[in-house]
Design a protein around this ligand. Structure first.
Ligand code: 4GP
Length: 834
């Protein structure tokens, strides 16, 4: 085995030059260099878009330098790496994040000021990298951030979609989707790597190896090239820079010159078009699996290129393949990357000549799997005939995995045919289907849920039999977390300045436990006042944002009540808008004098509906119709305003979250695996109104039950209620009935439009239990209002919450994964102090 060098044996170069220059003149030179040499401009002749690009490119130079050093260092010491495989990375913007990580924000502000620009405006020039739908994709982005900041050698792997999450426009109250052409202008935050390209095969046929019954040669002439683009992930407080490697389908090799020469121009580029489409679009579904063939091909392109790349890196160590699990841990972010399991087996058996047993041992020691949802519509299943056609070798391997697995189960539980049917990776439907969650589970050494309640639920439901067969220890919990860099330090500068003052330095940004010192300031009147002033300033900033994006004027002195997330029936935006309608009704019953005494409230919604999800889209229409009527009602004025902010995104969230007083996380108990925006809101001094679901529960445990407004039925009660409602008509309380009546009286336009939403409750079994939870929901709203009126009590809640939220830093999650799942250690290149 080659010797692993250490820092002291002289084989290392001096890494101290990863300290970058802070000299303003040097920075200015680098910006001007990019302006002139990269963009052919002179400083006297630029607009803010060009100023952004030149500045971003100069920041990228500095990141690149550190990126190289980090990877060189990790290679040299032979560090074990973790690979986080995810079909989604919802990154958002990078410029500000990078400036803060490098500690160069002030310097760039000065340089830009000198040429007549304001840094904040320049930051606004950047487009979001929206390569994800919602929670699952944003979690992946927070996790690679934490890996970099905590010095873990880790990379993300994903796809470089040409069109990210669609842009949402609201026309006549309806969602309209427009393509997100985010790569139209140069993207400073990626490095094309034509040197890192792998062939990926589809279709074809198999030839059995005469030497071995398990080995095949897979022959096909449908071969696409996947090319890497590297996206640096700046580490904060360290020189380590992480990486997300995204694959894009390369098309130039597919140009058919013969067809072109014979005049068949369309035919000449046909192959290119077919290939390009593979990585063109992100499927816009959240918590839903769309069983389209193109999606399956996307998944395989991703898995094949990633496994080839990981193995190429491993081969450079010259270690035997049996050492792979000592050098690489691979986390499957939901089932979308599960084809990596049969792909690794295929390479090990067919290309490397290993036996099945050897290959299986390596594979299961390398992979671990995270489940993010138990919604039935999200469970990935692929029809066997489709898989067999596109990936004949993988289908064969999946059959073998299933056969060997069922054989061991048969030995353990002889004669239990029902058990075999239930746990088989192949579902005996017509056509047969491959259950990807089972495949991921069998192919991994650890399976985790994303919050305590959810990890328990999966052990009692989808993986119940697997727990019995494979043992409890394999099924663990890793409660989600969010990055304090983006979700506090970057998005909430005023509150962050206060935190830095309390802690004495910025070390809290990488260690949220330090915030417990806030508790000492709880009775410091001056501090409380400044705490509140910071929140107020964020509310004013959001009011401004609302005015520019919707034209609606709201008062920053009202209570800001926020529900922002994907629009989904289980998340119950519908229950929220019904409560708004009821509130409107109540206000209309009051005299003007009474009304003025009421707490003023702005109810803020934002979120996208999957383009094919009709019910969710009608909910958006209802929210907008209600908003239109209430906002135009002069009798109501500022007492109640309703806003739907269009085109929710990471950047929009950075405006919205720091400004909330109360935020709603009101899924039917047992349906929201974790939620992560709940964490972000509380980390910014907001209070939660929520159900006893997902991470709300653990947030309540940490911050104390006085700091959170819980309501609604409990997860273990849901099944009984659903059962009852399948056979009995729901009984809406007077408040909910009032909301129905107002809609049906055409108060918000044509009632016919919204009748299906009411019917889903009254005739469709009320699957999400709105009629059950509505009374306690209205009560909880009252409790919120009362608490908010007691200003002192509210400020105390806000400060205490932030003080006690350290558990929800993604640094804590990543440390747990590193220690309990991946077995990797931090490998700092150079800590640079905070
Ligand atoms: C989401 C879950 O719905 C959410 O509760 C969780 O916080 C998040 O994953 C991260 O773990 N699931 C999805 C999905 O986004 O597409 O299944």
């Amino acid at each position: 085995q080659p010797k692993t060098p250490t820092r002291d044996d002289g084989e290392f170069r001096d890494y101290s030059h990863s300290e970058i220059s802070r000299d303003v003149a040097t920075i200015k030179n680098s910006v001007v260099m990019h302006l002139t040499a990269t963009f052919l401009r002179t400083p006297a002749n630029i607009d803010s878009g060009q100023a952004y690009l030149a500045s971003a490119f100069s920041v990228r130079d500095r990141l690149l330098q550190r990126w190289n050093l980090t990877n060189e260092y990790h290679d040299k010491i032979g560090a074990k790496r973790v690979y986080y495989m995810s079909l989604e990375f919802l990154i958002g913007r990078t410029f500000d994040n990078a400036l803060l990580a490098l500690g160069l924000r002030e310097e760039y502000s000065k340089v830009l000021g000198d040429v007549g620009f304001c840094l904040e405006d320049i930051i606004d020039e950047e487009r979001d990298a929206a390569l994800g739908n919602g929670g699952l994709g944003r979690l992946a982005a927070c996790y690679v951030d934490s890996m970099a900041c905590s010095n873990y050698p880790g990379w993300g792997y994903g796809l470089r979609y040409k069109y990210g999450m669609f842009q949402q426009q609201i026309l006549n109250g309806y969602q309209v989707e427009a393509p997100d052409c985010w790569l139209d202008s140069p993207n400073p935050w990626e490095f094309p790597r034509p040197d890192v390209t792998y062939p990926v095969k589809f279709y074809g046929h198999l030839v059995r190896d005469p030497q071995s019954e398990h080995r095949f040669k897979w022959e096909s002439n449908v071969v696409y090239d996947a090319m890497a683009f590297d996206v640096p992930v700046p580490g904060y407080g360290t020189t380590n820079v992480g990486n997300i490697r995204l694959w894009s389908c390369k098309t130039n090799t597919l140009f058919d010159l013969n067809k072109f020469n014979s005049g068949d121009y369309q035919g000449a580029t046909g192959g290119q078009v077919a290939a390009q489409i593979l990585t063109d679009v992100l499927y816009p579904n959240d918590n839903t699996s769309e069983g389209k063939e193109l999606r399956l091909r996307q998944e395989y392109l991703f898995c094949s290129a990633t496994m080839q790349d990981i193995l190429a890196r491993f081969r450079k160590t010259n270690r035997p393949l049996s050492d792979l699990p000592d050098m690489a841990a691979i986390q499957l972010n939901d089932t979308h990357p599960t084809l990596a399991v049969p792909e690794l087996l295929r390479i090990l058996i067919d290309d490397e000549g290993l036996s099945w047993d050897e290959a299986w041992e390596i594979t299961t020691r390398t992979f671990a799997f995270t489940n993010h949802t138990i919604l039935p519509e999200a469970m990935e299943k692929w029809p066997v005939p489709m898989l067999d056609k596109i990936l004949p070798r993988h289908m064969g391997i999946i059959y073998d995995i299933n056969l060997f697995f069922l054989q061991t189960v048969e030995k353990q539980f002889p004669g239990d045919r029902e058990l075999l049917r239930k746990i088989s990776i192949i579902e005996e439907s017509n056509p047969q289907q491959v259950r990807m969650a089972f495949l991921a589970c069998v192919g991994s050494h650890k399976v985790n849920g994303v919050a305590a309640i959810h990890s328990d639920i999966i052990k009692q439901t989808i993986f119940k039999d697997f727990v019995r067969i494979q043992g409890e220890a394999k099924f663990i919990n890793k409660t989600n977390g969010v990055s304090p860099r983006r979700w506090m330090n970057e998005c909430n500068p005023d509150m962050s300045a206060l935190l830095t003052e309390v802690v004495g330095d910025r070390s809290w940004v990488n260690d949220l436990t330090k915030l417990n010192q806030l508790e000492d300031r709880i009775s410091d009147a001056g501090f409380r006042e400044r705490w509140w002033a910071a929140k107020q300033k964020n509310k004013e900033r959001l009011a401004e944002y609302i005015l520019t994006t919707t034209g609606i004027k709201v008062s920053a002195h009202a209570l800001f009540d926020v529900q922002v997330k994907r629009i989904h029936e289980y998340k119950r935006q519908l229950m929220n808008i019904f409560s708004v309608i009821y509130r409107y009704y109540q206000l209309k019953q009051m005299s003007p004098e009474q009304r003025e005494q009421e707490l003023h409230r702005v109810v803020i919604f934002a979120g996208k509906a999957a383009s094919g999800y009709w019910v969710a889209k009608q909910v958006i229409k209802l929210i907008n119709s209600v908003a239109e009527v209430i906002n135009a009602d002069d009798e109501i004025g500022d007492v109640l305003k309703v806003v739907f902010i269009p085109d929710y995104s990471v950047t929009a969230a950075e405006y919205i979250i720091p400004a909330s007083d109360i935020s709603q996380h009101i899924s039917t108990a047992g349906t929201e695996a974790s939620g992560t925006s709940n964490m972000k809101f509380v980390l910014n001094g907001g209070i939660i109104l929520g159900t006893v679901d997902g991470a709300n529960i653990e947030i309540g445990e940490e911050v104390g039950e006085e700091q959170i407004f819980f309501f609604g039925c409990l997860a273990h009660e849901v099944e009984d209620f659903r059962h009852y409602l399948r056979f009995n008509q729901p009984k809406p309380d007077a408040a909910l009935q009032t909301a129905f009546d107002m809609i049906q009286r055409n108060t918000f336009g044509d009632a016919q439009l919204f009748q299906p939403l009411i019917d889903a409750i009254m005739r469709g079994g009320d699957v999400y239990l709105l009629s059950v939870d509505f009374p306690s929901y209205i009560q909880a709203h009252k409790a919120v209002e009362e608490a908010y009126r007691n200003h002192d009590e509210w400020v105390t809640k806000s400060i205490l919450s932030v003080a006690r939220m350290s558990k929800f830093s993604s640094d804590r999650s990543i440390q747990e994964y590193a220690e309990e799942v991946w077995n990797i250690e931090p490998q700092p290149v150079l800590n640079c102090g905070l």
